[in-house]
Design a protein around this ligand. Sequence first.
Ligand code: NOJ
Ligand code: CA
Length: 553
Amino acid sequence: MRLTYTSDLWWKNAVIYCLDVETFKDGNDDGIGDFRGLTQQIDYLSGLGVTCLWLMPFFPTPNRDDGYDITDFYSIDPRLGTLGDFVEFVRTAQDRGLRVIADLVVNHTSDQHPWFRDSRSSKDSRYRDWYVWSDKAEPDDPKSVVFPDKETSVWELDKKTNQYYLHSFYRHQPDLNVGNPEVRDEIARILGFWMELGLSGFRVDAVPFLIENVHPKLADPHEFLADLRAFMSRRSGGSVLLGEVNLPYPDLVPYFGEGLGDQLTMCFDFIGMQKAWLSMARGEAAPLVEAFEKRPKAPKDCQWAVFLRNHDELTLDKLTEGERKEVFAAFGPEERMQIYGRGLRRRLPTMLGGDLRRIKMAYSLLFSMPGTPVMFYGEEIGMGENLDAEGRMAVRVPMQWSKEGGFSLSEPDREGPDGPYAPDRVNVADQKRDTDSLLRWFQLLIERYRECPELAWGVPTVLDSGNPAVFAHRCDADGASVLAVHNLCDTAQDVDLTLNGLESHILTDLLGDGTHTVSAKGKVRLPLGPHGCRWLRASTPEVPPDDASIKSQ
Ligand code: NOJ
Ligand code: CA
């Protein structure tokens, strides 16, 4: 594939790294991460090979939902720095070739936001209609309550004006009303503001809630998304919207902009993620194959964002009750590891019992999935969670830079894990010095991923390996092919594949050493260790594998 082309649509094979400024690195020794600290670590991130940073909310906030409750969309939480620090950070990231996107949390504000304070002050308030008010609490579908540990309804009575306001999440997060054109204009202004300061796009929080929970209902809620995207494209053609849309595939497709691809540039693949966990729990490829085959193709120039873990609970809400129990039993059997009856509040390495082979297999699988991989900070070194922290905060622990922690010279504001996942056992400095470390392996994985644009761009096909524990697929683009094979179980397996169109080709291992020749009939046998994984590039004997991607066109 031509780099000039793939680079123009940079998001289609980016490597996105999600971090919270507050937990990444403290630059002024007050125990709280900040932009100055983060800026000093840019070389670490560019050395890792990631191409785009996604910053969790960094705006002024009373911090009752870890910053997802905002009081000013045009400024920086003073604990994290100043706008000046932010601009310096973006400039330094750009200098090292990294793009930056940020959380856009405009479904709701904090109840402390000046707009809501004014809105609730009187029915005649200038901002009354910026939020969703009703004379009665509309009947709640129990499933519509997102945080059942804290809320029983999405309507809250506000005594002053004796009306109810809508809050899709916590009661201190009143929903903004995008049915009001002034609110829609303000949202565009927020996007425009941060784009002027160098952002390449946004991770859009809670998109279905944003466009559906409005008053009056929008005639076409999707038109609003298309308008936002058009606004961004006018200002900067390469800017993206990455949407949080946890819906079954058929309901999700309209969020890309059916047929046109003119709404969200990327959507997280929540279904594929949940099926991947079910596959890993069972040691069987079938659930993942099912998702792989059912997943609709993203419209032209759009892309799926694939992930295994994020900053929230590992939600398993789209599995059946029985399937969810299987994943709980395998990866979070204790009640304190579970949350909201639907998820797990653990990081990936602990769920996989710290087994390096299994951890590598999981990420190899993730990066080989058609789409743009999104990682959560600390995954590259195998960080664990702190179950003593409240709720979802368990996974939002300080980054572990050295044996002593290295996050701050003072006592960190948040506590990290102890025992086998404490900084003295899991940290960047040690892993940098160790060529066999997870960190070094991640660097290789990301390098190979970037060298294989076929994985993200190509036509994906599941291969019949005849072995229920093995997930094998190939991705073909512009006459070049990359194969990936993953063993989901803990015993060695031989995989027999038939590779149509690749008869007599050479397969070169990309994550380790080795070559295999495909027979004249297109057959090849690939051995895999317990939880083994392999990526292989196909080339003809005349073309060196490194040139296969471009020479085959
Ligand atoms: C989704 C975010 O990922 C989550 O962390 C937050 O609590 C809710 N949206 C509400 O903003
Ligand atoms: Ca600080």
